[in-house]
Design a protein around this ligand. Structure first.
Ligand SMILES: C[S@@+](CC[C@H](N)C(=O)[O-])C[C@H]1O[C@@H](n2cnc3c(N)ncnc32)[C@H](O)[C@@H]1O
Length: 203
């Protein structure tokens, strides 16, 4: 099954609150984004899934939000949940390793639990070319993956786990590591998963 069909299947079969990565609000992401973004900042949530981050950004007055996901099903669920205000958001259905993103189009790049699915070096390289192209110099990259003690699989797919040093190494010298933090995420099934969040500035 290709990647898009895999994710469409997940989002068709499961309620938004029944996936392991579900949280009512992405508090850590929100806190990192609101610290670095102004209301006019161009923010892209890469692999936003069905998360309520977009709702929370809209309600805080952020006006330039793009949500990208490979799953059309997830994007449709978001639009339905948001109703009329969904037209304040730019929605992109695309594979992030191949998406057509404008050069220096974004001030803030956010990814929670997408990069870690890129187990092939060539896919990580394609992702990193996208970040380098799409985020302005001086912009911010906030990426969250499973940490070293996190699961080795998610939704049936293998993942790569990172500590802050290893994740920063993937991004390279043009990304200055500003801060990193670990989070113990409680899944809806009562288990705990270790997530790592890294905030880098593009130099
Ligand atoms: C584990 S979920 C995380 C969703 C959301 N970021 C959150 O924290 O709730 C991973 C998301 O990445 C999307 N995804 C996976 N591979 C992708 C790719 N290559 N390009 C774009 N989106 C992708 C999936 O459809 C899914 O919505």
């Amino acid at each position: 099954m290709d990647t898009q069909s895999h994710w469409d299947r997940i989002y068709t079969d499961k309620a938004p609150t029944a996936v392991s990565w579900y949280r009512p609000h992405l508090e850590t992401s929100l806190s990192l984004i609101t610290r670095v973004a102004s209301k006019e900042s161009a923010i892209i949530d890469v692999g936003g899934g069905e998360s309520t981050l977009v709702d929370d950004l809209l309600s805080r007055g952020f006006r330039n939000i793009t949500v990208l996901d490979i799953s059309q099903t997830a994007i449709e669920v978001n639009k339905k949940r948001l109703g009329e205000i969904s037209n304040r958001v730019r929605w992109l259905i695309a594979d992030i390793t191949k998406a057509d993103l404008s050069h220096s189009g974004y001030d803030v790049w956010h990814d929670r639990a997408v990069f870690h699915f890129l187990t092939r070096q060539r896919d990580r390289a394609a992702y990193l070319r996208q970040v380098a192209n799409a985020v302005k110099v001086g912009g911010h990259v906030i990426v969250s993956t499973f940490g070293p003690e996190g699961p080795m699989k998610c939704s049936g797919l293998d993942v790569v786990r990172y500590d802050a040093e290893a994740l920063h190494r993937e991004f390279g010298v043009h990304f200055r590591l500003i801060e990193s933090t670990n989070e113990l995420h409680q899944t809806p099934f009562g288990t705990v998963q270790q997530f790592l969040y890294c905030h880098c500035k593009v130099e």
